[in-house]
Design a protein around this ligand. Structure first.
Ligand SMILES: Cc1cc2nc3c(=O)[nH]c(=O)nc-3n(C[C@H](O)[C@H](O)[C@H](O)COP(=O)(O)OP(=O)(O)OC[C@H]3O[C@@H](n4cnc5c(N)ncnc54)[C@H](O)[C@@H]3O)c2cc1C
Length: 565
């Protein structure tokens, strides 16, 4: 999703080291990282059920985390995938130089996403700092607004105006959303405090847009429109936060409280390496299966195909039908595709969910998102102008078509990549009807206005790579972002994995995937909802959590999202 602390006031000051922040979601501050690290594991199912097949729909990160952990419990996950292993962790390769990659979906992962990094560490994947605006890994940043260009190698190089914008934002979240207090509680993992603050804020914040929140804050009212506009253009994020202005302020608070917008790392070799590695990894210990068993080996190498129907079969089982007709019955099914697909692309039997849950599914609001990459001969942007001493081209935030330009390289004198444009919502829709070459032409034209003396096109090798996630029938959008008044829907979706109160005919199907989490658009939400579904399946089969390691469902009533009704 969004990112970077471009205008985080902290970048202007030196602060004492503090306890790290985790993506401990205030709606449900359950420590998934500690749950995963527990030596007793996640739990067990009755041994006579070992080898039982469980359907997992979607081989994105959520589906693979769920399948991997179900396999460790001794169950036999059967993964279905309509397209590629990895889902929205998709890495494209430039054909003439396959080592040069472009992350079309998730590309930068906050250090606070500790459940996500559990799997990164487990799989031994190398990461390094992502070159966000004004981040230490970014040698220079250009902010260009209304035709005025600011060049900065450190935040201190920016005019005082930007500091004022950052301070207005910090004051707005401190006054209106108890930001510092919440971060202190998150650092201390003080769940009682986190819940107390959040539950008090929730009912009023659920009614507000992000824009309404900042425009009604004292700090931004005093500062004036120009500050608000600059905040929207640059924000603390890349591509500008103004495309998020219509969304619920709750969505933004969850991100900034937990530091999800900062301290980002990329996966060396591409983000898709994570789901691919999970698919091939043989856990060091697991119930039932012989040493060396992996998801790949259980599937003879490939997941099953696209799912066309989910229904109720005889004896309470669920039946999954593939697009080409094969039907298989399962005692439990985990769905991880974007929730809209359950009514648009999969014929899901209506009685499997309560009407209110269907409403929550249909009300999901997805952001559009587009990215366009080109490969270039070398990181020529590091060449310095002999007169000014400035780099030829910088990580760029602009109010022109491109919105955000990222520069990615693997060292000098090697092919490198320019992400010419990363956009959301209206800015992404501007690209939807255009092909890759036309997109690139327009992007280069915009950049020419910012860098008149730089011939970017002369460095491009081969064809551009572009994506519009909303145009892909297996996704239909980039990631979910709740609108004001949507909290109730999110609460229903998130808590559905605990099914003891559900009627018998609605049990056994578990929703997962980042759009079911409270932090859609972040891979951490994909991991954690996958783990919720594993807990749900385990309980559904009569199993239980490991002694001393209470799982998400065991703590949901105590720590879970409150009901506003
Ligand atoms: C443009 C963009 C930028 C992002 N940036 C970041 C970022 O920087 N940091 C971050 O942490 N996160 C980011 N994200 C979010 C991150 O990519 C997601 O949170 C994560 O990949 C979601 O995983 P998932 O398994 O929940 O869903 P998905 O990856 O969507 O997996 C669902 C799978 O279901 C499959 N499927 C669909 N229909 C069917 C069917 N009928 N039968 C079988 N399979 C089906 C799909 O093909 C897909 O593989 C970004 C996402 C996008 C789109």
């Amino acid at each position: 999703m969004t990112a970077a602390a471009a205008l985080n006031p902290d970048v202007f000051t030196v602060t004492e080291p503090e306890a790290p922040l985790t993506m401990l979601n205030p709606d449900f501050p359950f420590s998934y990282d500690e749950y995963l690290a527990h030596p007793g594991g996640l739990g067990s199912v009755p041994p006579e059920l070992h080898g039982t097949q469980i359907a997992v729909i979607g081989a994105g990160l959520s589906g693979l985390v769920a399948a991997y952990e179900l396999m460790k419990l001794g169950l036999r996950p059967v993964v279905y995938e309509a397209d590629q292993i990895g889902g929205r962790l998709r890495t494209a390769r430039f054909p003439s130089s396959p080592g040069v990659t472009a992350d079309l979906g998730g590309m930068r992962f906050p250090a606070s996403g500790r459940a996500f990094y559990h799997y990164i560490d487990l799989l031994g994947l190398e990461t390094r700092e992502f070159p966000n605006p004004l981040a230490p890994a970014t040698s220079s940043t250009v902010i260009e607004l209304a035709g005025t260009k600011h060049y900065a190698e450190t935040p201190a190089d920016l005019p005082p105006f930007f500091r004022e914008v950052a301070e207005a934002w910090r004051a707005a979240v401190d006054d209106g959303a108890r930001f510092s207090e919440m971060q202190a509680a998150l650092r201390a993992r003080d769940v009682a405090r986190i819940k107390a603050i959040w539950n008090e804020l929730l009912p009023t914040m659920d009614e507000q847009t992000f824009y309404g929140f900042i425009s009604s804050s004292d700090a931004f009212r005093k500062a004036g429109f120009a500050h608000r506009e600059a905040f929207g253009q640059v924000g603390f994020g890349t591509g500008g936060w103004d495309t998020d202005f219509p969304n619920s302020i709750l969505e933004i608070l969850r991100v900034v409280y937990t530091d999800a917008d900062d301290h980002h790392r990329l996966i060396v070799g591409g983000a898709q390496r994570l789901p691919e590695a999970l698919w091939h990894h043989a856990p060091s210990s697991m119930a039932h299966w012989p040493q060396g068993t992996s998801l790949a080996s259980l599937h003879d190498g490939s997941p099953r195909g696209a799912v066309a129907r989910i229904g109720r079969a005889a004896y309470g089982n669920l039946v999954v039908r593939e697009r080409w007709g094969r039907e298989t019955a399962f005692p439990a099914v985990v769905t991880t595709c974007q929730s809209w697909l359950l009514s648009t692309r999969i014929d899901t039997e209506e009685t499997l969910f309560a009407p209110e849950l269907w409403t929550a599914i249909e009300k999901s609001h997805y952001m559009q998102s587009s990215k366009t990459f080109v490969m270039v001969d070398r990181p020529f942007w590091k060449d310095r102008d002999p007169e000014t001493g400035r780099e030829a081209l910088s990580m760029t935030l602009t109010d022109r078509l491109n919105r955000a330009v990222y520069l990615l390289d693997d060292g000098p004198d090697r092919p490198a990549v320019i992400l010419l444009s990363y956009t959301w919502n209206d800015d992404a829709l501007k690209w939807l009807a255009l092909d890759a070459d036309e997109r690139t032409r327009l992007m280069l034209h915009s950049l020419k206005q910012i860098y008149p003396d730089v011939d970017i096109a002369a460095h491009i090798i081969g064809r551009p790579i572009t994506v519009s996630w909303e145009a892909d029938p297996n996704f239909m959008g980039a990631f979910k972002a709740n609108l004001p008044g949507h909290y109730r829907y999110q609460q229903r979706l998130f808590t559905h994995f605990k099914q003891d109160q559900l009627p018998e005919d609605q049990r056994g199907i578990f929703l997962a995937g980042d759009d079911v989490s409270f932090t859609a658009g972040w891979a951490e939400g994909a991991v954690t909802t996958g783990l919720n579904a594993v807990w749900g399946v385990m309980k559904h089969l009569g199993g239980s959590s490991a002694p001393g390691n209470r799982g998400p469902g065991d703590l949901l009533d105590e720590l879970g999202p409150i009901s506003l009704d």
